[in-house]
Design a protein around this ligand. Structure first.
Ligand code: DC
Length: 235
């Protein structure tokens, strides 16, 4: 049976995971956060004390970093060599390391295979940078989710403040711009708006508006909602 796949790509801070998680729970899909997999690999490299620029050591270390995912009460847990690292990978340091090391082909090959497998086995909504262009080119729905740098930086700033972490908005904005540049200009699988992907700019949209826009597109592309998962959107 062919599963229904929704691919969401976009730059850091566009709200991909918030939106994808909400849509997954509304549609009864599995949410796959591919950034978390690159982050888990990055955490392994950091723990091994490997420099991001040391391609030979990164490639050698790929063999030893076993990344898998598990679902607990519908929530994705990222497992690195049998350890649940889901909480440890959410730092700026790990995110920056992931942005750099995801440029190496062996890192990507390993994770792309796992991601394709997950989409073969279930209805998934998967977010990342190369989902529509590389991982799921046949996805029924492809979305390029973005927002202005200013809006993305402010959202990140609010999120960090809510966690009690003090950050400088200008520094966050600069980090986001650097990450965007790296993700969009790398040689292998750069972030692009893939052919057939619908651009959704969330700068002036609230979460509910974004969710319903994507759900509407999915219905137009043939998604038939399962009765038991019907939510307010289907009425
Ligand atoms: O979405 P995120 O911030 O968790 O992702 C961290 C980094 O991982 C991102 O800067 C680039 C990389 N990444 C990637 O190369 N391909 C993906 N499909 C997802 C993330």
């Amino acid at each position: 049976m062919q599963h229904f796949n929704i691919a969401i790509d976009g730059p850091a801070g566009a709200g991909k995971s918030t939106i994808a998680k909400a849509i997954a729970s509304r549609l009864g899909f599995i949410y796959v956060d591919t950034g978390a997999m690159y982050r888990a690999m990055a955490l392994y490299f950091l723990r091994e004390g490997i420099q991001a620029s040391d391609e030979a050591r990164i490639i050698a270390a790929c063999e030893k970093a076993r990344v898998t995912i598990r679902y607990q009460d519908g929530i994705q847990k990222v497992i690195l060599n049998d350890e649940d690292v889901s909480g440890l990978i959410r730092t700026e340091e790990v995110g920056d390391m992931a942005s750099i090391t995801s440029g190496y082909v062996p890192v990507r090959e390993k994770l792309v295979e796992l991601q394709k497998q997950l989409a073969r086995d279930a209805d998934v909504i998967m977010d990342g940078r190369d989902i529509a262009s590389c991982v799921l080119p046949d996805a029924q729905v492809k979305i390029y989710l973005t927002a202005s740098v200013q809006v993305r930086a402010k959202r990140r700033y609010d999120e960090l403040r809510a966690r009690g972490e003090g950050w400088d908005l200008a520094k966050i904005k600069k980090d986001i711009q650097e990450r965007d540049y790296r993700d969009m200009h790398r040689e292998h699988s750069p972030l692009i708006q893939a052919e057939g992907a619908v651009l959704v700019d969330t700068s002036d949209m609230d979460i509910e508006q974004v969710i319903s826009r994507i759900v509407t597109i999915a219905k137009e592309r043939g998604l038939v909602p399962k009765a038991e998962e019907e939510g307010p959107d289907w009425k």
